[in-house]
Design a protein around this ligand. Sequence first.
Ligand code: MRU
Length: 345
Amino acid sequence: MKYAIEFKHETLRVVDQTLLPARYKEIEIKTLAAAWNAIKTLKVRGAPLIGVFAAYSVWVGIRNVNTASHESLRKKIDSVIDYLRTSRPTAVNLFWALERVRETVKTSKITSVPSLKKLVLDEAKRIDAEDKELCRLMGEHGVKLFKPGDRILTHCNTGFLATAGDGTALSVIYEAARRYKKVKVYSDETRPLLQGSRLTVWELMRRKVDVTQICDNTAGYLMQKGMIDRAIVGADRITANGGVANKIGTYTVAVLCYTHGIPFYVAAPSTTFDLKIEDISQIPIEERSSDEVCSVFGARIAPEGANALNYAFDTTPPELITAIITEKGVIRPPYKKNIAKIIGK
Ligand code: MRU
């Protein structure tokens, strides 16, 4: 499979990302429950990919519905969408994609059950194809901010495992590597689930991009030593005034960049913007099980019975962000005005 998700011959397949890098395994998603579980357990993850996958999952949830009535199928579609909305709370792409499918069904006059099912599948395919193009465009716009020889810090995973295409922040890095050859990437390991070391390092090595893994707490020292020229991350939700929710630890990177005068970029498609929200404090932040922090690959690293706080995401205020790279171009401060102009259209 070229990407993390594939729809072919009426079959939805994904790479089980919980097993990487030890094992590359593709799994078929046959039921709605399996789809919900794949999102919840991070087999499928990354904001744009969750959206694309959820759209296909609506079709998985209705394809075997046995009814002759389009009204009852429409009700079922609504309930499948409502159910998938409960899988994870922070990445707005999930809700964006599901509501787009809901709206397509609602506004269609189709009365044939097979045609309504096809309508859902076609919309998912369109969302998939569009996301690939959004990734490409982010790469094209973002690369203009980079220079040959740049030493780039990134956090979490934002590449072909996190989108339907080449990625958000990693799409920019891939484009910089293609054009300038000599870029060097430092990848934060990204505790607790290690998306940086397990997924980003794996991806970049596969694409032959120079990458060095660091512990999350090493980034500040590298900046102090002058070893980082710029940082780039993705986003799970961006507010109307340019505040960003992204993987826990992103805010720390942004503060470090600010302190050291290093540009801090966010790359995200317009599907990651939530223009209904003004302030980062309004973004729902997922809290996950304390076991994810107290254990690594099943082995306890904290005493039995220890408790841990496990916020999956944090929020970065707009003042710390140098620019936001989107498929529509690079957005700079003042964000409220420029986001309304570029994304709000
Ligand atoms: O919990 P995850 O692995 O789904 O979190 C993913 C991230 O935080 C990414 O940085 C984000 O989705 C940005 S873009 C692909």
